[in-house]
Design a protein around this ligand. Structure first.
Ligand SMILES: [Zn+2]
Length: 297
């Protein structure tokens, strides 16, 4: 018998990070789940994050990927930014339309940080979402953070700014400073929904255990959605691999330098050692010789 939890687009090895989407409740609900363990591990390695920053950035990337699922064109991107007064100070994440993301925290490491405390690390501030989907201008919005716990902040953004009632659960499970599991679940009501769908989802969400509990028990994203929705008529729509990927290159860095003023470039070219630039998302380093900078002038 065919595996009822196989969804077209899933990686051959289902223990790898991936995203799954389904429709349920007669089409009035869309449910998405993601396993993002490797993504969060990669971010932790690249940025050397302390436990609270790992957990906060991990939840932020996972939530950003979940809300990026409606991008359609290859060139679409979504940028999410938190600016906050907690010790992390803020985070930025960029997602493309193929479930790749890249992200960095403003502060990677918090002093004396041994246990993950997300809300304390984030504090209060704002969440901005910028969707660039090939229209003349990117669109998006900004809200105040609700709790700094990230899941509630995304939920609030989606309701306030995009009028989409959403349930979101995000989790990063750490063990001895290492990322054991990371993932998330998002259920959204679709146009035409009524009181019946609202109260059904409220009941399902009530007391539903942490996402990482299920991942730890060996449940896949597809099983997680099924378990949450409890709808025998639910239909999986698609799946996709997901990963941390930074598309930076020396050429792109050069294009960035070329936006500097002539005076600034002349100054940089004056340094006989050349200059070193670094990508904030992946810490990729690119060296430019004085000749290379002069060529830009
Ligand atoms: Zn990079």
């Amino acid at each position: 018998m065919a595996d009822p939890y196989f969804v077209e687009g899933m990686p051959t090895d289902p223990s790898k990070d991936h995203f799954v989407k389904a429709k349920a409740l007669g089409g009035f609900a869309k449910a998405c789940a993601i396993r993002s363990t490797e993504i969060v591990r990669t971010a932790q390695q690249l940025h050397g994050t302390s436990p609270s920053v790992t957990a906060a950035l991990g939840r932020f990337m996972t939530g950003s990927l979940l809300i990026s699922e409606n991008m359609k064109n290859d060139t679409d991107t979504q940028t999410t930014i938190i600016k906050s007064d907690g010790p992390i100070r803020g985070m930025t994440c960029v997602c493309d339309s193929s479930f790749h993301c890249r992200a960095y925290p403003v502060n990677s490491s918090i002093e004396g940080d041994t246990e993950p405390h997300v809300k304390a690390a984030v504090g209060m501030g704002t969440l901005s979402v910028i969707r660039d989907i090939g229209m003349r201008e990117p669109y998006g919005g900004q809200v105040e953070l609700k709790t700094g716990g990230i899941g509630e902040d995304f939920t609030y953004y989606l309701m306030a700014s995009e009028q989409t009632p959403t349930i979101m659960a995000l989790g990063v499970l750490m063990e001895e400073g290492k990322v054991k599991h990371a993932g998330g679940l998002m259920v959204q009501l679709m146009p035409g929904y009524g009181e019946e769908e609202i109260s059904y989802l409220e009941k399902r969400a009530n007391g539903f255990p942490d996402v990482t509990y299920f991942l730890d028990e060996g449940f896949s994203p597809a099983q997680l959605i099924d378990l949450f929705m409890g709808d025998p008529e639910m239909e999986y729509i698609e799946a996709s691999e997901t990963s941390f990927l930074c598309p930076c290159s020396k050429d792109k860095m050069a294009a960035g330098l070329m936006t500097l003023s002539r005076k600034d470039l002349e100054e940089l070219a004056g340094d006989s050692k050349g200059i070193d630039t670094e990508c904030r998302f992946c810490n990729g380093k690119y060296h430019f010789t004085p000749e290379e900078i002069r060529a830009m002038l």
